[in-house]
Design a protein around this ligand. Structure first.
Ligand code: PGA
Length: 249
């Protein structure tokens, strides 16, 4: 059985005070929610505030990125050991916004995933096709290329520790959710790649989250698909009531 994960990606939103206010409202709303793992990924500067606010709860805190070198002359970057040292357990890697605006590639995604695992962080590795790729019928090709260029470079022990997020770029922040069937189809493509590379057991065990305009009113339909093991939620994770409703789908 794959335990669901509901993860919130706060992107570049919220101050430290807003972070504290969120947890104050959110914590009691999910105190009984043992059916899934809950993860929240604030900005780097608010990680200590979030770790503090989530102390004593089952909520895990994640970074939204990391650099693959432990330390050095890399102005503006943050390493895995630095995240780990402030109490962070998870990290999002290769989000489409990182790929689109900050030049991340499947190769850098692989390096970052290995670096995260070396530090003991749990990576949520993002893949997904752009609108023009879907319209050209290339979704499966894109997912396959992202898998072979990135995730396939892990060894089996490393692969067993990652979570994959399928996020079709056309559904992110647009209000256009993939239908549960479209999402499940893409998840099957990813799982087939995983089976080819790492074997059926490993493919059956890996959790694949769906991301892209997940909201309280569509999470139930998505989670009804056996292929979908949770959600990576952007906009709707910023409000404590909305995110709690998603967690408690
Ligand atoms: P969204 O973002 O839920 O606002 O569409 C999802 C994501 O980018 O992870």
């Amino acid at each position: 059985m794959r335990k669901p994960i509901i993860a919130g990606n706060w992107k570049m939103y919220k101050t430290a005070a807003e972070t504290a206010a969120f947890f104050e409202k959110f914590n009691p709303l999910v105190a009984q929610s043992t059916h899934c793992e809950i993860v929240i990924c604030p900005t780097f500067v608010n990680l200590p505030a979030a770790v503090g606010a989530a102390k004593g709860t089952r909520i895990g805190i994640g970074g939204q990125n990391l650099y693959f070198v432990k330390e050095g002359a890399f102005t503006g970057e943050i390493s895995g050991p630095m995240l780990e040292a402030v109490g962070v357990q998870w990290v999002i890697i290769g989000h489409s916004e990182r790929r689109q605006y900050f030049g991340e590639t499947d190769a850098s995604v692989l390096k970052k995933t290995v670096a995260a695992l070396d530090t003991g962080l749990k990576p949520i590795v993002c893949v997904g096709e752009r609108l023009e790729e879907r319209e050209a019928g290339k979704t499966a090709d894109v997912l396959t290329a992202q898998f072979s260029g990135g995730i396939a470079g892990l060894d089996p022990a490393q692969f067993a520790k990652i979570v994959i997020a399928y996020e079709p770029v056309w559904a992110i922040g647009t209000g256009k959710t993939a239908t549960p069937e479209i999402a499940a189809d893409a998840h099957r493509v990813i799982r087939e790649q995983a089976a080819k590379q790492f074997g059926k057991g490993a493919a059956d065990a890996v959790r694949i989250l769906y991301g892209g305009s997940v909201k309280p009113d569509n999470i139930k339909g998505l989670m009804a698909q056996p292929e979908i093991d949770g959600g990576l939620v952007g906009g709707a994770s910023l409000d404590p009531v909305s995110f709690a409703n998603i967690v408690n789908f």
